[in-house]
Design a protein around this ligand. Sequence first.
Ligand code: ADP
Length: 364
Amino acid sequence: MSLRALVGTLLAGLLVASLAIVVASRYFLQSQLSVIFPPELVQQSSQALYVLLLWQAIVSVVFVLALLWLLYLVLEHYVMAPLRRLVVAMEGFAATGERLPLPVIKKLPKEIQVLVRSFDQVIDRVEISHKKDVEVSRVKSDFISTAAHQLRTPLTGIRWALEALEKSDLSEDHQALVKSAKDKSHELVAIVGTLLDISAIESGKYKYTFLPVAIEDMAEEVVHDFSPAAQKAQVSVYVERNAQVPKARADRERVKWVLNNLIENAIRYTPAGGTVRISSSERAGKVQLMVRDSGIGIGSEDRDNIFERFYRAQNAIAVQNGGNGLGLYIARTIATDHGGDLVFAPNEDGIGTTFTLTLPIAER
Ligand code: ADP
């Protein structure tokens, strides 16, 4: 109940109580007077007695009303208004992280002063730890970026050397060894590229170029690129086209990266004979692309961690040794940087998973 409502209720209660007291007092006094004075006299003075009591009640009520009003003004000024301002500051900080002006402490009651000071200290602490987090994150990103840059040059050198060696006159065994080393060096170069992507995205250095993108066309391109891998894994991949879906506002290169990751995962984590279905729709003013597989699924124990860096579920490790657990982390960061999202859910029939990428619609 607000202070205003409380004061209103008190006032109404006070008026009713005063009227009741006046009526009760009249009958009480009348009965007392009739013991002392003759009944005719009591009868004659009854009206005057009533008016007297009424006046007394009116004066008392007006006096109490004035007192209550004064109390209300004092409470409003010294307690309610500062509390309201504090609540606005708290809500503003919780919603935007911005520091809004707090009530001026000097003239406030002690308890409110303590409250305002405590909140101010909490904000200080939160800001200090946020600054620390940002700094730690910056140092980490710098480290990853430096390490990845340092690794890239020698790795590229090794790859070229292996490619040159592969073309030379080697025995079959040596050829196989060199080919395996070259494949591994490709994987390493890809990992280093991923690390560079992460540090660029995290440090905000990556600049997106948003253009209208036909997301289904892009999905078809990616499916086409992965068709040898899908054939090898004996997984059927379909794109269900939907002519109604508008273009998305997206960075082509980055979103293609996301689709690569989602479709590659879907094929990777689906056993032979399974299917991967890609469909799209427009929902709540956004474009949605769904990648639905009939694969190994994501267990409930892993659901909260799947977008964490380097996280891989046990069932995934069991079927696929390769993988670094970074793809989904980057993919979701890219999606949210677009003003969209990336989520997943187990399929209704209990087999496999559906990942849903949401992107804003391009201006028409
Ligand atoms: P990676 O696939 O290289 O391990 P990701 O970040 O792409 O890394 O995926 C993280 C983890 O999420 C995977 O290791 C796997 O446990 C789980 N995952 C991703 N996609 C699927 C999927 N389609 N089906 C089942 N599990 C998946």
